[in-house]
Design a binder for this molecule. Structure first.
Ligand SMILES: [Zn+2]
Length: 272
């Protein structure tokens, strides 16, 4: 059996130990597995999830710009990973909407549905279907548009596109937590909550962008607004194109089916 009392070398990778933690792989000096060890591990598993998560959640609420700045500048272990944060907030949202038997697509496109003209009604329905099936990855793709615009408008800051992605995704992910909770409690119409959360997300993102840069506030604020509205325009444009292509495709399929049916009927009558 291994002698756990004298650990000159790391038991995981074999590198020489000079401190409590291995400099190569990061493993802490280990002890034999006991009940106490198992209990401590379980306790740590919860804390290591909870504590960065809670810190990110609380600090994002009060100073979102600072969380993004800290994370990009390397202060990371005390925060939750931004992509994970967005991933879990969406998972939570989808889980709660499924639990309360609501359609994500309908919630997201509620302003289009119930429109007066059949064209906008159809547009809303198709957009809703697209959202329902691909909101998962569309959000991550559309976030890149905002990161790219931040890169263009704040190009002198020396911050990369991929670093700006953190600033682009964290504020809207943060608002999603609140949206989910409100949708779940359902003391307001879910469609109202979802529409309101879009506006809050826009304002909160502008706030995060502005506080991210510790500079001439008016100029930064105006540029942040420009990034947000240009981003919404581009995303809206791509979304509309996507929807129109889908409608065109569905119509073409429908047309094709009709013609096929007609052709078959023609053959039948000729045979008679
Ligand atoms: Zn090691």
């Amino acid at each position: 059996m291994v002698n756990f009392d004298e650990q000159a070398n790391c038991l995981n990778c074999g590198a020489k130990l000079t401190t409590r933690f291995c400099g190569e792989c990061g493993q802490e000096k280990v002890r034999r597995i006991t009940f106490k060890e198992l209990f401590k591990t379980a306790q740590r598993a919860i804390l290591e999830f909870e504590s960065p998560f809670l810190k990110t959640f609380i600090t994002m609420t009060t100073s979102p710009g600072r969380v993004c700045r800290d994370y990009i500048e390397g202060k990371r272990a005390s925060y939750f990973n931004p992509i994970k944060y967005a991933f879990w907030s969406l998972t939570f949202f989808f889980f709660l909407t499924a639990l309360t038997e609501q359609s994500v697509g309908e919630l997201a496109t509620s302003s289009f549905l119930g429109s007066p003209t059949p064209e906008t009604q159809r547009f809303g329905e198709v957009l809703s279907q697209i959202m329902e099936s691909s909101m998962w990855y569309l959000i991550f793709i559309y976030t890149a548009v905002f990161a790219l615009l931040l890169r263009v408008f704040f190009r002198k800051e020396g911050i990369k596109f991929t670093e700006f992605y953190v600033l682009a995704i964290l504020p809207s992910a943060h608002v999603t937590w609140f949206t989910s909770i409100l949708v779940a409690t359902s003391w307001l119409d879910a469609k109202i909550i979802t529409s309101a959360s879009v506006y809050i997300s826009v304002l909160f993102s502008i706030y995060a962008y502005t506080t991210f840069f510790d500079k001439n506030k008016v100029k930064v604020f105006l540029k942040s607004c420009a990034v947000m509205f240009l981003g919404l325009f581009i995303v809206g444009f791509i979304g509309a194109m996507h929807t129109y292509i889908q409608i065109g495709y569905e119509d073409a399929v429908e047309q094709h089916k009709l013609e096929q049916a007609k052709g078959e009927k023609q053959v039948e009558t000729n045979n008679l």
